[in-house]
Write a protein of this length. Sequence first.
Lengths: 350, 350
Amino acid sequence: MTTTLDLPGRLMAAEIAEQPEVWRRLLTDGAAAIAAASAQIVDRAPRFVLFVARGTSDHAALYAKYLVEINHGLPAGLVSPSTMTVYGARPDLRDVLYIAVSQSGGSPDLVRSVEVARQQGALTLSITNNAESPLAAAADIHVDVLAGAERSVAATKSYTAELLALYLLLERVRGGDGAEAAALPDLGARVLESDDLVHGVAQRYRFAQRLITTGRGYSYPTAREAALKLMETSYLSAQAFSGADLLHGPLATVDPQVPVLAIVPEGAGGQAMAPVLSRLAERNADVFGVGSAALLENLAGGIALPGGVPDALSPLLEILPLQQLAMHLAIARGENPDKPRGLYKVTETL
Amino acid sequence: MTTTLDLPGRLMAAEIAEQPEVWRRLLTDGAAAIAAASAQIVDRAPRFVLFVARGTSDHAALYAKYLVEINHGLPAGLVSPSTMTVYGARPDLRDVLYIAVSQSGGSPDLVRSVEVARQQGALTLSITNNAESPLAAAADIHVDVLAGAERSVAATKSYTAELLALYLLLERVRGGDGAEAAALPDLGARVLESDDLVHGVAQRYRFAQRLITTGRGYSYPTAREAALKLMETSYLSAQAFSGADLLHGPLATVDPQVPVLAIVPEGAGGQAMAPVLSRLAERNADVFGVGSAALLENLAGGIALPGGVPDALSPLLEILPLQQLAMHLAIARGENPDKPRGLYKVTETL
């Protein structure tokens, strides 16, 4: 007997729907901790910012790297944890802000890399969904994203909570109040109303074996995260490319049988996709867009997002229909997105 | 009439075969320029290293990022050029060594990002295969990889020449003489002798639509570059994952129908793949290895590389059979790897 408890995707659907509420909680209950963390960062005046993360959280880190490069004018990098854990590197990290991002806070290689970074002079900060985790304990500062327990193996609410925590923190560090984020919960709830539309779109990809996602700038992390969700839940071979990198080689793999999902928000990142969309059209690609209504016009289809959202906040909304797409596609293909084959919720890598 | 001039893959085969000679030239004729460049870098004593590159050259940059993190103990990052060209970021780059890597030296976004980096206080260095290129002119220092004109659209000899130039330069910066690289041309020639074996292996993937490549540490760039070659020439959906990231989600896409190419060299990077190979075995994956004979034993097949090669030099040898594989597979599938559909030799992105 199938009960509601067994319904495939039940957990993922609930956690996707919960996101506006999670953001509201972070904006209110999380504000004091974020203000305190930002004060400690300002006090140290870091000159470089390094991020360390894996999987979905790596996409949140990539998003924050764009924020740091664009808004803070600081050089930034994504650390390869293996340099410290496999090769024993002991870098000079004075003047470095070292930020680890992880839903569980449990992966030993991230914990170890934060311990090494702290010994090597960095100011270390961890952003997790578990204040009791080893990663929270290992860093000088911890920010809890307050997403609540995440039970679906495919991370959704913890991803956007990480994006928002990083945004709010980095806005505070540069003296902003993050007021522009206040509208997000309502906007997110509105975007989530496209669920029926997305359900229909998912049927379009029912028999696809491969798929390409693409975006530029702030939307490149969205393309990466959408591809990962599709891989995890629907076992599609989904590949993400920055719009520019797509033209440097992978464009050759595109033909009318390979669907493309393009993230084309209203701002500069979406505008920069225009030449990429032209080249995709030359290859007769089937391109479905998520973003600005104006940019969706010549595509095979699309989901329009609300206008007037700042470039840096658009990724929180862009990913929502793509999470829904991964869930509906998995269910259409007879899979249970809550329990992907071969995966565990906490991945331990050394 | 088909003449030898029209033979598919003729250019790519010639350029693959030329690599030992290219390395020999760089080791001798290139030594003075590399010594001069390293002296300028030592003089500035950078505290942070940023790389900017696209496509194949981005994989050479990623390799060099590992060198900097492991051997130099300096924080390093890969720049997203769009932060400067699309969003107008003007970061504080004092104490930064900014290295642009590009075969052609012609992509406008890389040139622009080097110009901005120079204005913003970085010491800028370009590594290209064209001393007359705009990128060579834009940087404070230029290193020519001396690979000779590359005519196949799929880059091969320029990739390993970039790896070697970066290795030799960074060794000089830390006071080494790069003597360990002297054996590479002979070792490379020996590895290239597996061409017949690789030709046979390629038939194995004749009908594959998707494929996964994986490696850790220094071998992760090899996995990335192998995937790009397979995408460009054979239009396979080839995806590269660091061994650790593979376990954070994409492992779910692996089943016995999705072939895996694993890079498992003798050193620490190969040893760190052992748990990844175990998890792949649990999923009954078909894993073909390139690397240490000892690590190939339990796999579906493999190509053994010569032993005794330092971790940091192994990527120059690992990629050779994978370049051959991409070429033979493309030919087996009726494609011409010298002229992939939809691509140009110089990709101009803004």
